[in-house]
Write a protein that binds this ligand. Structure first.
Ligand code: ARG
Length: 461
């Protein structure tokens, strides 16, 4: 088959070499953006008088027909035409004949592919922002339903101090809010048009880059043509933001997996988000959470592979850049589906409130309360810490907890301890009294939920 760039070549191409160089198996995902970009380009060519209205109209109508066929699922692409850009140009040629050849005036595949990628990522990031917003709503709702649900708070995965389950949910809300902000801020650098940078050096045709950028809805244009065709920072930034997001989801999934275990039994996932075992009839596995935790690996991998592709590249375009696509498509799909699964899984998970709360009663997570109690009565905190530490050791030897120690024994340790100590030692009181801003105190958590709801309502996405 004749190559669109075949003029300079004498030898025949070979199918297996073509296959290695082709990107059409994956970049056909950019068909919509490629046609949109061409429609803007041809409109600009007509406006600037580079093409006659008549030629431009023929091209526009041909592109529109191809677009309709694309949406109807009637287009097929060929590997001989290498990539989406040459495939569409070939289809246009089949549709309207030699005038199709005028479309490529004043541009190159180098600015064309960069334009397609910017358009694609802009859409994806907006979608990601929407999904993050929805997931954050679920977290706040789950928090609101569970302000009074008491659970152990951990450090080193050891019971540390009791907290409200809502506070735990709101911690993830905080992480995901930052993720959403990161994606939103990255839009500034995605929303730039490289169209008209041409192959690398700009063009001799009197093009109007600002006009085509405006038609495509871009807010600005690249200032430097070499930079415009070589820049893939906006994809790196997306992959990096996605990696941080997946790290957050993976941490959450790890907790969900632990909470579902027989040892914890804090939550139960609905059947929809669980799977069985082919051999052990009793199993109900949190596969979806495990998969999201696992998929963080490929998202990190995609970031590293693009960083590596870019690190030694001389300016401007190099074919290496074709390697920017599969990782970006894969990451887009992975984060969008992971966010959907997370929202559904968290929204529907059932909490075993009793078990959670009980696990804070049979532990020493109230030891800080006793130390604070003594410090409040004038004992230096360091001394109080020592006294309580010794008592905990003693209790572990006897197999009892602080609330089981008789008042007499407490008063033998120090007469500072009065009968109100038992109330002080309850998990509920421990939480209630943590009034400090951003702490787990019920009133603080309620206020945090209120702030988050106002924020969510004010968001436009
Ligand atoms: N398929 C190519 C890519 O994805 C398009 C740009 C090709 N440009 C070139 N000069 N060979 O990067």
């Amino acid at each position: 088959m004749e190559k669109l760039w075949g003029g300079r070549f004498e030898g025949k191409s070979e199918a297996w070499i073509d296959a290695f160089g082709a990107s059409i198996p994956f970049d056909q995902k950019l068909a919509k953006q490629d046609i949109t970009g061409s429609l803007a380009h041809v409109k600009m060519l007509a406006k600037t008088g580079i093409l006659t209205e008549e030629d431009a109209e023929q091209i526009r109508s041909g592109l529109t027909t191809i677009q309709e066929k694309l949406f109807a699922g009637e287009l097929s692409f060929s590997i001989e035409n290498e990539d989406i850009h040459l495939n569409i140009e070939k289809l246009l040629h089949d549709e309207i004949g030699p005038v199709a050849g005028k479309l490529h005036t004043g541009r190159s595949r180098n600015d064309q592919v960069a334009t397609d990628m910017h358009l694609y990522l802009k859409e994806i990031v907006q979608e990601v922002i929407g999904k993050l917003h929805l997931f954050r709503q679920v977290l706040v709702q789950k928090a609101e339903e569970n302000i009074e649900t008491i659970m152990p708070g951990y450090t080193h995965l050891q019971h540390a101090q009791p907290i409200s389950f809502a506070h735990h949910m709101m911690a993830y809300y905080g992480m995901l809010t930052r993720d959403q902000e990161r994606f939103a801020e990255s839009l500034i650098r995605i929303d730039i048009s490289p169209l008209g940078c041409a192959a690398l050096a700009g063009t001799t045709f009197p093009i109007d880059r600002t006009y085509s950028a405006k038609l495509l809805g871009f807010s600005s244009i690249y200032e430097n043509s070499l930079d415009g065709v070589s820049d893939r920072d906006f994809i790196l930034e997306f992959l990096s933001n996605s990696s941080i997001l997946m790290m957050h989801l993976s941490r959450f999934c790890e907790e969900i997996i632990l909470w579902c275990s027989h040892e914890f039994q804090f939550i139960e996932l609905t059947d929809t988000f669980s799977t069985g075992s082919s051999i052990m009839p009793q199993k109900k596995n949190p596969d979806m959470a495990e998969l999201i935790r696992g998929k963080s690996g490929r998202v990190y991998g995609n970031l590293f592979s693009l960083l590596t592709v870019l690190k030694g590249l001389p300016l401007a375009y190099n074919k290496d850049l074709q390697e920017d696509k599969e990782g970006m498509f894969d990451t887009s799909h992975t984060i969008l589906t992971s966010l959907e699964i997370m929202a559904g899984m968290v929204e529907t998970m059932k909490l075993n409130q009793k078990i959670m709360e009980k696990s804070t009663e049979k532990d020493f997570s109230n030891a800080t309360e006793l130390a604070d109690y003594l410090a409040n009565k004038g004992m230096p905190f360091r001394q109080a810490h020592e006294v309580v530490g010794k008592l905990v050791l003693d209790c572990t030897k006897q197999g009892i907890y602080l609330q089981d120690v008789p008042l007499e024994q407490y008063q033998n340790i120090t007469p500072l301890i009065q009968s109100d100590i038992y109330q002080t030692l309850s998990s509920k009181t421990a939480i209630e009294r943590r009034h400090s801003y951003g702490g787990t105190g019920f009133e603080q958590v309620k206020a945090a939920i209120k702030r988050s709801k106002l924020k969510l309502e004010s968001e436009e996405y």
